[in-house]
Write a protein that binds this ligand. Structure first.
Ligand code: 13P
Length: 251
């Protein structure tokens, strides 16, 4: 049985004092969950968030990393640097980075390999645009992004990659994919992984849904056969809302 991973992506929000307050407030609200709770915070919050989350079940992640360990890459942060301060997770290839910062399938693949080289747990984002969906290309796009992201990884690394299926038209728009559509897209991704790496590997891969997840739709989405939790943007900035999403079902 795959675990559910509920990850918040704060994007470019939250100053350190707000980050610490958020973690202090949510800690007692999520302490009994069996789900994995992750907060992916801005670089400037990482150290504070790691301290605030010590001795809790909340894991801390970054939102990006560079693939090299060090060097003349002004403004970049490496996986080695993240690991050195105790970061556990890292988002790779979010659609906002692909769209605004020229991330490609190739850089996503390099970053994924570097994440594993530094013992970070990667959350790799894939997703189609509205035009691609309307042209009937959604599954081709997301399975191709998945194949290119995973290229050259070992079976064990693939099994330990978290994939977030985030249809771009559903991000920050209030439009959520129906639970059936999201589940079918995620099944297509899992099928592709099965073809490439075998069924055993594909059944171990955690595949989240992201795009306007809220407390009112989390239960329906996360109860689908292939949806293993969520990557939550806007709703992860509010303590009560994110706690409800984490606790969408009490085991
Ligand atoms: P929203 O939940 O705000 O739609 O954002 C989704 C997302 O991009 C998470 O990475």
């Amino acid at each position: 049985m795959r675990r559910k991973v509920i990850a918040g992506n704060w994007k470019m929000n939250m100053l350190p004092d707000a980050a610490i307050r958020f973690i202090d407030e949510i800690t007692p609200m999520v302490k009994d969950t069996k789900n994995e709770v992750v907060l992916c915070v801005p670089y400037t919050d990482l150290f504070y968030a790691l301290l605030a989350a010590q001795n809790t079940n909340i894991k801390i992640g970054a939102q990006n990393m560079h693939w090299e360990e060090s060097g003349a890459y002004t403004g970049e942060v490496s996986g080695k640097m993240l690991k050195a301060i105790g970061v556990e997770y890292v988002i790779i290839g979010h659609s906002e980075r692909r769209q605004y910062f020229a991330e490609t399938d190739e850089t996503v693949n390099k970053k994924l390999k570097a994440a594993f080289a530094n013992n970070l747990k990667p959350i790799v984002c894939v997703g189609e645009t509205l035009e691609q969906r309307e042209a009937g290309m959604a599954n081709d796009i997301i399975t191709s992004q998945t194949e290119k992201a995973l290229d050259g990884l070992t079976d064990e690394q693939v099994a330990n990659t978290i994939i977030a299926y985030e249809p771009i038209w559903a991000i920050g728009t209030g439009k959520t994919a129906t639970s059936e559509d999201a589940n079918n897209a995620i099944k297509a991704i899992r099928n592709k992984i099965s073809n490439l790496y075998g069924q055993n590997v594909s059944e171990r891969v955690i595949i989240q849904y992201g795009g306007s997840v809220k407390s009112t739709n989390a239960q329906e989405l996360f109860s689908m056969s292939d949806i293993d939790g969520g990557l939550v943007g806007g709703a992860s900035l509010k303590v009560d809302e994110f706690a409800k999403i984490v606790n969408y079902r009490k085991d």
